[in-house]
Write a protein that binds this ligand. Sequence first.
Ligand code: ADP
Ligand code: MG
Length: 682
Amino acid sequence: MADLTTSVQFIKGIGEQRAKALAKLGIVTLRDLISYFPRKYDDRRSTRRIADLIPGEPACVAAMVTSPPTVSHIRRGLDLVKLRAVDESGVLDVTFFNQAWLKNSLHQGETYIFYGKAEGNLLRRQMANPVVEPANRREVTGCIVPIYPLTAGVSQLILSRSVRQGLHACAEILPDALPDEVRRDHQLCRIEYAYENIHFPESAEALDIARRRLAFEELFLFAIGLRRIRSRREVVSVPPCRSVEMDVFYRALPFSLTGAQRRCVEEALSDMRSGVPMNRLCQGDVGSGKTMVAAACVYFCVKNGRQAALMAPTEILAQQHYAGLDPLMEGLGIRCALLTGSTPAREKKAVAAKLAAGELNFIIGTHALLSGGVDFADLGLVVTDEQHRFGVAQRAALSAKGLHPHTLVMSATPIPRTLALILYGDLDVSIIDQLPPGRLPIETFAVPGSYHPRVYQFIRKLAAEGRQAYIVCPMVEENDELPDERKAVTAYAAMLQQEVFPDLKVSFVHGKMKPREKDAVMAAFAAGEAHILVSTTVIEVGVDVPNAAIMVIENAERFGLSQLHQLRGRVGRGSWQSYCVLISDNRSEETRQRLKVMTQTCDGFKIAEEDLRLRGPGDFFGVRQHGLPGLKIADLGCGTELLQEAQAAADALLAEDPELTSHPATAARVTELFTEASDTLN
Ligand code: ADP
Ligand code: MG
């Protein structure tokens, strides 16, 4: 008997050939097949008589073909099949483009269902390229039809037929990962109903019911998995850190910490004193001063006689951290070094030797810290900056160089508190929700493309005052076959250089450059060697060029609010007024509203809340490259209420049955989902 791990090849009606095609979509097992959810649906239930067809409104008609279809070859690449069909109310002329085979499959005197948009007047209705099928064998009309994301070689029909076979094959064997009482308490449908209706919904209501159930299940299992990771970690015990006179550290700073910074430091230090390894996420908007929170923890750890490491995602960020922290640490008697990919081999060796001997207290670096030759005498704290750039595995690799070191991950991606508590269920979360005093808010404008000349003029004016500018380049169409961001950036930069700013220096950077090249361009820009930097979103993270005073974002509608906010955060880091210009020709109400939010506030958490309200939590699930199971269906737009409900249900179940011994189906599914992640997380 089949189970969900059975290869689709062995499912009745699929076979080897089709299995190969499905594999291109990542569908290998029966589970993959039934979990390959539609991207959207086409409601083809409306049925009318020919005379009642409304121009422009898609509908089904049942009509008899009155003459043999004709084919005419219009020109190269354009064949036309024409036929006439009737029902008791009128006549319909139907044309098909480039589907010459239909000539032989549609027969005079037979009745077919045509589904499409009618055009024409009362006397002569026409339909171009309708969906057509025999009236006595209906599959894709008269119902809500799933539309799947596809690649070449698989058609919608093949896929939906395969899914049908798949659902049929697992009719009796679908284990329900949701305990009955959870289903009952939260009014969730049965698993069979959910799978049937997510693919072939009977009605819009049935689809909602199916979706809600599957989203709930996903979030519920996710929450349980994270809780278990966490509780497994909590059984590890480490020698608690001693208290340290922190005033020495605070007095060494050129400013006093904000209340929010102090609170985060307190939370982290109390973790480190607890006897259980710290696993804390420190979330704070760009410029909120996360580095100093990290520095305080480093100081605390080193004064406890252990070593600390700070890992940044790029060379330039690591250098910036080093340049800022080394003098401070030096003054406090902490020996600090930098280790990156471009550290010369000899120096690398020397640094590694000192680390291993315990002669260095604090190391700042990039991925280079993960390399084989780097060992610690006693690694007590791992700080990862801009954590979303690192996978769980990389963070774990650094932690593995110590014996259950404390970990602090810092993220500049504001996530609404409600979501953070769920998405980071395996971590404790501190939020820096306050900026250091005296920051000038960035003035933000949303303008149409016709403003380009003015925007360029404004850049010129700022450049004359000695400031620099970022321009985030138009993104490439998503549906282009091979999106070539490189082309877009280089072409745009070349155009600006030649036609708009011949007298200024324009440089560019994009994600397809080698990390070295990228860093070199960024470093040159930071050193003031170019006036304008054209780029893709690669500049999104962390780099500090205080002299940059304007951020121009082309096609602003294509970015999520949080991403726009991140990009905007690249400016406003100096003492002068900074600006952000969002250019968009998109007139939709949604775009208008979203861009308006940007012009009204610079508070990342407010923006994230607004994004959550406007677009639902889906976008946030992608934010975290967590190496944890992806949330597939919850992306389709569940509300935060459902998230909280699922979370509460998970907590309740674990409170009653922490090992899930009475819920083997739930336990099995969680294990399955977290298998890949679990070895890197422990
Ligand atoms: P982020 O949270 O984006 O990493 P940083 O740690 O880089 O922010 O801090 C941004 C800037 O603010 C730095 O120049 C830093 O020295 C400064 N800063 C940090 N904390 C304070 C504070 N409490 N008062 C004044 N300036 C601060
Ligand atoms: Mg930072």
